[in-house]
Design a protein around this ligand. Structure first.
Ligand SMILES: [Ca+2]
Ligand SMILES: [Ca+2]
Ligand SMILES: [Ca+2]
Length: 310
């Protein structure tokens, strides 16, 4: 099979776990012996108003968040959108990918008139599981779906760990930013982003949201993320997709990753001269840059009714 024909298939297989939950992930959590399962003695946080994603789609190249501050959107992974997005769509429809956002300060009974500008507002992102037993995906995106948030997204004190540093509410718009933001997916590992921002506009009466999210997926994070057919995401970037980092996180120029057709041959620091031999050079502190990605996101109201260990 030639590379051109092989590529869409591989891209689909490869980007799906970027945001994917799966049975294996759930088992991995259970196997880790996490006792936080909503049962007596476990973690039972109170959740505020929540929404479930009905769309998560990589934007086309040229659209997305401006991560570098030059006014131009950054989204180098946008090239993979046509192959990856059908997977997301299918995953959301089937209930395999359940992603939620919550504003803890907005309680269930909050009416539109009560929504005021808040100085201290949080936005929390969760990967969730259908609360229906057995799971029933048909009611997930109708505005009244019920879900549980996976336990690995809470620390020992039962505080959510996937919130954002700086959250701003202006009218119906919420913008949340984190200099460093990670999202744990046991199956794939921790997805490490720099300069991650989500900006959404809520409809009147909070009946849904739409917006954009994006950040720079770090070189090291990509190096640690297994690429389903074998190797790492970083190896796939260097040897199959020929996509290079484009966000200069450490301010010394854009770093480069050189493949050898299979693994990583060497890394070149931002000065364009200093080289480090592979295959693990992607996690050296000097290789701090990232690959930009931008998403279109949409959601409808949902309920987070508890925590799920698996
Ligand atoms: Ca459901
Ligand atoms: Ca750099
Ligand atoms: Ca550097």
């Amino acid at each position: 099979m030639d590379m051109a024909r092989q590529m869409p298939l591989l891209v689909s297989a490869f980007l799906a776990p970027l945001v994917a939950g799966c049975e294996e992930a759930a088992h991995a959590i259970a196997d880790a012996g996490n006792s936080v399962d909503g049962s007596p003695g476990g973690c039972e946080p109170e959740f505020g108003r929540a929404w479930v994603f009905t769309q998560l789609a990589i934007l086309p190249e040229g659209e997305g968040m401006d991560l570098s501050g030059d006014g131009v959107p950054d989204n180098v992974l946008g090239r993979l959108a046509p192959a990856a997005n059908p997977k997301y769509e299918e995953g959301i429809a089937s209930g395999k990918y359940i992603y939620l956002i919550e504003v803890p300060q907005w309680q269930a009974g909050t009416s539109p008139g009560q929504i005021v500008q808040l100085d201290d507002i949080d936005l929390v992102f969760y990967r969730g599981r259908d609360a229906d037993e057995p799971a029933d995906a048909t009611d997930n995106t109708g505005g009244d779906g019920k879900f549980r948030a996976y336990a690995e997204q809470f620390d020992v004190n039962c505080n959510a760990t996937s919130g954002y540093d700086a959250v701003r509410l202006q009218g119906n718009n919420v913008t949340a930013h984190s200099t460093s933001w990670s999202f744990v997916i046991p199956w794939t590992g921790t997805l490490e982003f720099r300069n991650f921002t989500i900006g959404v506009e809520f409809q009147d009466e909070l009946m849904g949201f739409a917006g954009t999210a994006g950040g720079a997926w770090t070189i090291c994070g990509m190096s640690n993320a297994p690429f389903p057919p074998g190797g790492s995401y970083l190896q796939a970037m260097a040897n199959m997709f020929y996509i290079s980092p484009d966000i200069d996180v450490d301010g010394d120029g854009i770093e480069q990753i050189v493949g050898d057709g299979n693994t990583i041959k060497e890394c070149i620091d931002g000065d364009g001269k200093t080289t480090y031999p592979g295959p693990d050079c992607g996690c050296l502190p000097q290789m701090a840059d990232g690959f930009s990605v931008g998403f279109a996101v949409k959601g409808v109201p949902a309920w987070i009714v508890g925590v799920a260990a698996e």
